[in-house]
Write a protein that binds this ligand. Sequence first.
Ligand SMILES: Cc1ncc(C[n+]2csc(CCOP(=O)(O)OP(=O)(O)O)c2C)c(N)n1
Ligand code: SF4
Length: 292
Amino acid sequence: MEALATLRAKDYKSALNPVWCPGCGHFAVLSAMTKALAYLQLPKEQVAVVSGIGCSSRVPAYLDSYGFHGIHGRALPIASGLKAARPDLTVLVTGGDGDGFSIGGNHFLHACRRNMDLTYIVMDNEVYGMTKGQASPTTQPDWAASKLTPHGTGVPRFLPAAIALAAGASFIARGFSGDPNDLTRLLVDAITHPGFSFVQVLSPCQTFRPEQKDWKHRVHPCRLGPTDDPAHAAELIQRDDGMALGLLYAQQLPTWQPKPGAPTTLAEIEAEFLLYFNPPTTPSARRSPAGG
Ligand SMILES: Cc1ncc(C[n+]2csc(CCOP(=O)(O)OP(=O)(O)O)c2C)c(N)n1
Ligand code: SF4
């Protein structure tokens, strides 16, 4: 029997070159993703990457797996539908802090508590990069560089790890694009964790947040974690300065599974939603017996 060829990180890259600005942190995140996939030797046709909209959400185009470049803030519901229909696939979800925590914030909360076996990688640069530098939910309240918020937003920051924990996520980690080896290891752990894995990746925006160059001096390993105790995790995440890297919390919780016998093929799913096989033609016949 012919031995299967080993897949290398570059085998997971598509022929498209990223259009990101030179020095953008997202390059290293893409590279760590390909290394993690190669480490796990996942067949390319068994991997699907779903994203929203933003510079970070362009990732599916740069990978040679299945992918779906969705709509702003809707990557998680699209990925959840895909995972429900094809539980055999490894489904990764990518996006930015604007995409995932602002317009997509509601979906983030419910994906955490539903605990489907998805890996959600958020490239957090504390700004809307693609739309030219507006404040995002993770932007500091006094950041006044955007013309839209000349005095800062004045609004406290969204704390992704704390909110993921409160919403019921079973795996929470923080990586840094400037530390690609540790990031690769975190992604391997996240992909192999059964359930919803949330990885916040600090990924600087060179263009609209050039001051983030100093992140390489500010990040540090998480000294208190990881833990599987939610109370301990809450304490360590709340005390955290937002720059602690590594696995923060992991817990084995029941994952969402499709019910046995649930429809899986498109024809079966369509049949579930079919209201009338022989639609009534007259308005009175269309009314329900209660007249509703
Ligand atoms: C419904 C909708 N609203 C707004 C936009 C405009 N829009 C595109 S990307 C984006 C923000 C992206 O920021 P982020 O998710 O942080 O990613 P980054 O570009 O920083 O990687 C916005 C507001 C849109 N495409 N669709
Ligand atoms: S605008 Fe910022 S996030 Fe977008 S590609 Fe450029 S550096 Fe990266």
